[in-house]
Design a protein around this ligand. Structure first.
Ligand code: UT7
Length: 323
């Protein structure tokens, strides 16, 4: 028998306010046509005043718990991927723990920007397989609207707010790629590229700062690194791109999503795409896409999924899992 960390529930939450591209036309030298054709984004959600990352995360967590048929007391740990925590400390994960009324177990945040959810899945998987936790709530939640420079048209039109969550639970498996659950993981980072995508402030500088990105440079790295990490984790699982039912990519740009699928030889009808409705929600984008993909009836039990993401660091990685 080989233990596996299996997804038993999924859920998401999007703030009420939907902002179409046309709202940016009124305040910036940009057009709906430019945003759509360069990124695939048509609209995004922005959190309301006073609505914080842990609020979004708690909504998504409740939805995932309900989908899994679990109560809060069934959960051993909360791992929350975010770069936009409510406060410098404590972690947003402990705020979610309090909001859910969870008085046991442990909770902490992970920060790997847009690759955060892949890193969080990897951490949860390791904890489950080592016996440290049996059931883990893994959340990606962001309020990137709070770190956008509204005068920078090259970044502020690209990002959105939201949250998605999974319940991952230990189950016995056969040790083959037919098992449900996480089958393989590949993580990478290369800090030499830290200046391509960053926030120009932080606690240690006593400022909040704004997101800065050399978009076309990040773009150049993205397709190559995403296809490569997906192929590496598939290889670790003893599988190939032909076995994949769904690529569930980080939703940053439709051109990156299409380029990666093409490089892997996977048709777009096997790719979950939500970027048009959510924009780039950083660590929230993969669990949001998983939840929406399931709700649309695209992702079904037993399907083989590969998720991949890249972002600030650069940090990137992928996870192969059977739903
Ligand atoms: O999730 C984390 C990882 N992040 C990403 O994956 C983002 C990766 N990068 C991208 O998605 C794309 O690079 C962008 C969507 C950000 C930009 O697309 P691009 O095709 O790489 O365009 P560009 O940055 O090379 O800019 C082309 C032109 C520039 O004008 P000039 O210098 O050619 O005259 C920009 O100033 O487009 C201009 N531009 C805009 N024009 C209208 C930049 N932003 C806008 C805008 N509206 N909002």
């Amino acid at each position: 028998m080989t233990g596996r960390a299996v997804v038993t529930g999924v859920g998401h939450y999007l703030p009420e306010r939907i902002v179409p591209n046309s709202e940016f036309e009124a305040m910036l030298d940009t057009t709906d046509e430019w945003i759509k054709s360069r990124s695939g984004i048509e609209r995004r959600h922005f959190a309301a005043d006073g609505e914080q990352t842990s609020d979004l995360a708690a909504h998504a967590a409740r939805a995932a718990l309900a989908d899994a048929g679990n109560k809060v007391d069934d959960i051993d740990a909360i791992i929350l991927a975010t770069s936009t925590a409510d406060l410098t400390f404590p972690s947003a994960a402990t705020m979610v723990q309090a909001a859910l009324g969870m008085t046991r177990g442990f909770a902490f945040d992970i920060q790997a920007v847009c690759a955060g959810f892949v890193y969080a899945l990897s951490t949860a998987n390791a904890m489950i397989l080592s016996g440290q936790a049996r059931r883990v709530l893994v959340i990606g939640a962001e309020t990137f609207s709070r770190i956008l420079d509204w005068s920078d048209r090259s970044t502020c039109v690209l990002f959105g707010d939201g949250a998605g969550a999974l319940v991952l639970e230990y189950q016995d498996g056969s040790g083959t790629s037919q098992d449900r659950g996480i089958l393989a993981i590949d993580l990478n980072s290369d800090g030499r590229h830290k200046d391509l995508l960053y926030v120009d402030g932080g606690v240690s500088t006593q400022t909040t700062g704004y997101l800065r990105m050399q978009g076309n440079q990040v773009f150049r790295h993205a397709v190559e690194k995403l296809a490569s990490t997906a192929e590496t984790s598939l290889e670790h699982a003893g599988l190939t791109a032909d076995d994949v039912d769904w690529i569930v990519p980080h939703q940053a740009n439709i051109r990156i999503i299409k380029g990666t699928a093409k490089k892997m030889g996977v048709d777009m009808d096997r790719v979950i795409v939500t970027v048009q409705d959510h924009g780039n929600t950083s660590a929230a984008s993969i669990p949001l896409a998983l939840s929406v993909g399931k709700a649309r009836g695209q992702i079904k039990p037993g399907d083989l999924l590969v998720t991949e993401a890249i972002g600030g660091g650069l940090a990137w990685g992928s996870v192969v899992l059977r739903w």
